[in-house]
Design a protein around this ligand. Structure first.
Ligand SMILES: Cc1cc2nc3c(=O)[nH]c(=O)nc-3n(C[C@H](O)[C@H](O)[C@H](O)COP(=O)(O)O)c2cc1C
Length: 189
């Protein structure tokens, strides 16, 4: 369990924030990955992405290719959601957020320095992501190594965070929302 019924909303918030930060630091932590939801042209879209870092302010940073569908969707509508599940602690976290798309600016250039060697290929394919091809090998062609042209950082800024602790029949659910500071409200699960 991440938290119990006897803890205060503030104590639970601190445990939650700690766990979200750990996710970005530990490659084996289940919160290292998140399901990113966006609003697509024909309905909701969802995909798994890596959480690269979480700031002190609790903004989430994700790396992607500027040409990907998710970037077009987020430029059209910056509303996003993040979903996490920790199987051993039996905790679900759902975040409603706004997104900033950082491409070819100071923030993206600074983060590009963290991307080493072969990992750069994830953001520099010759063909754009989701281009139809006849053979898989057509996708395995990259622009010159070190080309940061398509590299994009998504900054996900949460407005509300719902946490659900499974606990036998007595599940515990809290919604934290941000006005000036984060305030929690217990909910029926
Ligand atoms: C475990 C895992 C981690 C992934 N991490 C990322 C990532 O950090 N950034 C990314 O753009 N895509 C990542 N992907 C690929 C996305 O899930 C998705 O297939 C791709 O970004 C295209 O999505 P889109 O067409 O909705 O833009 C990952 C996929 C898996 C299975």
């Amino acid at each position: 369990m991440l938290f119990s019924e006897n803890e205060s909303l503030t104590e639970i918030w601190q445990s939650l924030v700690h766990e979200l930060h750990r996710g970005a630091l530990d490659p084996k932590h289940p919160f290292r990955y998140t399901n990113l939801g966006t609003i697509g042209k024909t309905g909701p879209e969802i995909r798994t992405v890596v959480v690269r870092s979480v700031s002190k302010e609790l903004d989430f940073y994700i790396f992607t290719d500027f040409r990907s569908e998710k970037v077009a969707e987020l430029i059209t509508n910056p509303a996003a959601s993040l979903h996490f599940y920790h199987p051993s602690k039996r905790v679900q976290v759902r975040i409603k957020a706004r997104t900033e798309v950082h491409h070819q600016n100071e923030l993206s250039q600074r983060n590009w320095l963290q991307v080493q060697g072969e990992a750069k290929k994830a953001y520099s394919s010759t063909l754009a992501p989701s281009t139809p091809i006849q053979e898989f090998k057509e996708a395995f062609d990259w622009t010159e190594s070190g080309d940061a042209h398509q590299f994009t950082v998504l900054k996900i800024i949460p407005d509300s965070i719902e946490v659900l602790q499974l606990n036998g029949t007595n599940h515990l659910k809290i919604s934290y929302s941000k006005t000036n500071s984060w305030a929690g409200q217990r909910l029926v699960p």
